[in-house]
Write a protein that binds this ligand. Structure first.
Ligand code: IVH
Length: 768
């Protein structure tokens, strides 16, 4: 019997580990995506490192779990749509992290350095491997390919094998030479980092704030966002810098070691990452790594560790690489300082975007040179996972410029009678700022208040409302919005329309002791811009509402199908799309041919399907005729709806206009006499007459004129324009950029044409 129980126990343990493993893979993937592709990390690097290490630990114990898809087997992925792709001459790898470790509360160990050096000694069979130590720049990896001294292309790391072509953006960076001096190697591929120095980052953010644009979270985000802009002129205005730290393809005079490479780069005018420290023994390595911790703080840009590499290129070759990272290098991550303190309470803050963030109220402690009395607890899941309770003694840390966070609870010090913390319960299901109900979307960790008129969000919402992508209300950027909210002049963006010239002119942008008035001239300008905003089209207004998942592009797509806001708010089309989708889902789930159906069942199921089919046809008919949507057969027994707005967006829009917040906005707009009209509304999208009669086009990438204008030309010529490539698409028209749609067209055998060919077909003059 004992054995049996033991076996059962083991079973569940393995199952639990498998479950945790799968969960970790998902979390790490999600955060990779947030970090690399979106440049909007939600957790600190330290937190990420901990998750990653937990994943590695499970893999060490259960190698059978590892698949080629495991995050440990791949480098991150930063590929974006809209960029041409470049296949790297040789893979751009990641680097293995090694960590300074905490043994007890106040002792740390650099055992990882000892292990690394031992590994190098054994692999090279020498007691004194020569290594170099450099700062690890916290930026974005980039490769610069020079052929015969000319910059041929610059690319991001991408998935390590294929990167995004960012040449035109990189050409705007001053520290990247376009042409190398005489004597350049036939081929020189320089790998390095693009980053933004801290001081310049602060200036940029202050400027963005003044312009009413959202600030970047940190220099790395700002860099990642900038190198992926589609507008090189804007990139040129951003303070980016480049430093080299590696070598890719090379054809030239042989290079033996780092010194040779440094000399070559300095002769070529390419800046190398400095300082470089050299070590020939474990003692020297430990000293250099600790010295680097001091040196890196004076560099003026963000670093997140030290990189240790073999000096000799021959030795690097000898050790080679794994699929993920070279064996001749490692990144040493310094420990952030940690302290114990008491958790006195948890308050809930409503962020500028409506996210409810629990904040730890702590007994003040001194950490990394500053007193800490609050720390972020991130979200409810995080609190539950760490089982953080009010009254606990907690370990907190501060990593770099990041807000302090709670590492863990010291359970041995937990007082009796504590209870688990639950955020929605603690706030009684209501936003602490405005009392509106809070919601959490499926698969998301954050609870949010989605009330457009929530005062906690007033500044962000107003700033966004006035931004260039939304209503372009010049002059009413972040600083002004902040002053308006602070002064109690507005609580929601729509309050802007009630402001008077006197109120605006007298607005104090400074402090009570050092006042700075907005002034009459600015006030007049702002009122003009507000008057102009009243006439702005539907697509701009829709963007300005800030409905989750409805950005400028989506807003435009929606406006193609609706003449004005009133029609959209009561849209029969959205209703039909949602109902059709639901009916199709039901239809697809009924399978009359399933093996275990009895005959009677089969007949009944077939009847049900027939009825559903009638409903679907009826719902879709008129829209199909107008070329708005397309019903497709998806396999022998299934249907598929090509939804030009997207399923999620349809439902988000409906929910918004139904919600009390949405109703409130509609009412206020009615009172203000504003009913924005769409400028891209196309009543009938396709007919069988005209030169393009019966042909369906999908547009991708940037064309010489806005996409909606080109769509109107297509429709005017009797064609149809749809959003996604299917077998029924006649042509894919590709402009500059254009990513995944092209792949899909190739796969489905849909002909790909360029803008000139399309213009030719429509008999309209070529682009200027
Ligand atoms: S050497 C094959 N040196 O860190 C990888 N990388 O997390 C060898 N990085 O992709 C890289 N500073 O973009 C090296 N001094 C440095 C670095 C550095 C930053 C980046 C690099 C790499 C990433 C790995």
């Amino acid at each position: 019997m004992d054995d049996l129980f033991d076996y059962a126990g083991k079973q569940t343990k393995a199952e639990e580990e498998r479950k945790r493993y799968n969960e970790l893979c998902r979390i790490v993937y999600r955060n990779n995506e947030l970090y690399y592709a979106k440049a909007e990390p939600e957790i600190t690097d330290a937190e990420y490192d901990r998750l990653y290490r937990e994943l590695e630990k499970i893999e060490a114990e259960h190698p059978e779990f590892i698949t080629p898809e495991s995050p440990t087997q791949r480098v991150g992925n930063d590929l974006s749509e809209g960029f041409a792709k470049i296949i790297h001459s040789e893979p751009m790898l990641s680097i293995d992290d090694i960590f300074e470790q905490r043994t007890t509360a106040d002792t740390v160990s650099d055992q990882a350095l000892i292990d690394l050096y031992k590994r190098l000694q054994a692999a090279l069979d020498t007691p004194t491997p020569h290594v170099v130590i450099e700062p690890k720049i916290d930026g974005c990896a980039v490769t610069l390919f020079y052929r015969s001294g000319k910059l041929q292309y610059a690319a991001t790391r991408g998935d390590g094998r294929i990167g995004d072509d960012i040449t035109s953006n990189v050409r705007t960076i001053q520290s990247v030479p376009q042409k190398l001096p005489d004597g350049a190697p036939a081929i020189l591929e320089v790998r390095g980092e693009i980053f933004m120095p801290s001081a310049e980052f602060d200036v940029l953010n202050a400027q963005r704030d003044a312009d009413g644009l959202p600030a970047f979270a940190n220099p790395r985000n700002a860099t990642a966002g900038t190198i992926k802009l589609l507008d090189a002129e804007e990139v040129a205005r951003r303070p980016l810098r480049f430093l080299a730290h590696g070598l890719g393809a090379y054809e030239g005079k042989p290079l033996q070691c780092m010194d040779d490479y440094e000399h070559l780069l300095s002769a070529m005018g390419i800046p190398y990452n400095k300082p470089i420290l050299h070590a020939h023994s474990l003692e020297e390595l430990r000293r250099s790594v600790s010295e680097m911790d001091t040196l890196r703080r004076k560099l003026g840009f963000g670093t997140d560790g030290a990189v240790i590499k073999l000096n000799s290129f021959a030795e690097r070759m000898q050790l080679g690489s794994t699929a993920r990272a070279p064996r001749w290098a490692a990144a040493f991550k310094y420990l952030p300082e940690q302290k114990e303190t008491k958790l006195l309470g948890i308050t809930v803050q409503v962020g500028r975007t409506g996210v409810l963030t629990p904040v730890a109220e702590l007994e003040p402690v001194l950490i990394s040179g500053s007193t800490v009395s609050r720390a972020t607890l991130h979200n409810q899941d995080e609190i539950a996972r760490k089982d953080i309770r009010i009254g606990d003694t907690v370990l907190i840390e501060k990593a770099g410029e990041i807000i302090p966070s709670v590492v863990k609870v010291i359970e041995s010090k937990r007082p009796a009678e504590t209870t688990p913390y639950n955020l929605p319960e603690a706030v009684r299901g209501a936003c602490p700022s405005c009392g509106a109900p809070i919601t959490r979307e499926e698969g998301q960790v954050a609870w949010r208040c989605t009330n457009f008129t929530c005062p906690a969000q007033a500044v962000t919402r107003t700033t966004y409302f006035c931004s260039r992508t939304a209503l372009d209300i010049e002059n009413l950027g972040g600083v002004v919005a902040e002053a308006l909210v602070r002064g109690g002049l507005i609580r929601t963006p729509l309050d802007l329309f009630h402001l008077t010239k006197e109120q605006l002119g007298a607005l104090n942008l400074g402090t009570p002791t050092e006042p700075r008035r907005f002034g009459e001239k600015n006030a007049t300008k702002a009122l003009d811009a507000l008057g102009h905003a009243r006439q702005m089209p539907l697509e701009r207004w829709l963007t300005a509402f800030g409905i989750p998942s409805i950005g400028a592009v989506k807003a435009h797509d929606v406006s193609i199908f609706h003449p004005d806001l009133k029609t959209l708010a009561n849209s029969e089309f959205l209703c039909a799309l949602v109902q059709t989708e639901d009916a199709i889902e039901q239809y697809n789930s009924l399978n009359p041919k399933a093996q275990n159906n009895r005959k009677g069942d089969t007949i009944q199921l077939e009847q049900q399907r027939e009825e559903l089919l009638q409903i679907i046809r009826r719902l879709a008919e008129s829209y199909e005729e107008r070329g708005y949507i397309e019903l497709q057969k998806d396999g022998p027994n299934k249907l598929h709806l090509v939804n030009p707005i997207g399923s999620v967006s349809c439902r988000k829009l409906q929910a918004y206009f139904k919600s009390s917040a949405g109703q409130h906005v509609l009412k206020r707009l009615r009172e203000l006499g504003i009913n924005p009209a769409s400028t891209c509304y196309v009543e009938k999208r396709g007919t069988t007459e005209g030169i393009l009669g019966g042909k369906t086009f999908v547009l991708t990438g940037s064309l010489s004129i806005p996409r909606d204008e080109m769509e109107r030309l297509i429709v005017a010529a009797g064609g149809k324009a749809t959003g996604s490539v299917t077998k029924k698409t006649s042509y894919l028209v590709v402009g500059k950029g254009g990513g995944s749609k092209r792949e899909k067209a190739v796969k489905l055998g849909v002909p790909i044409i360029d803008e000139a060919t399309l213009r030719d077909m429509m008999k309209v003059p070529p682009a200027l």
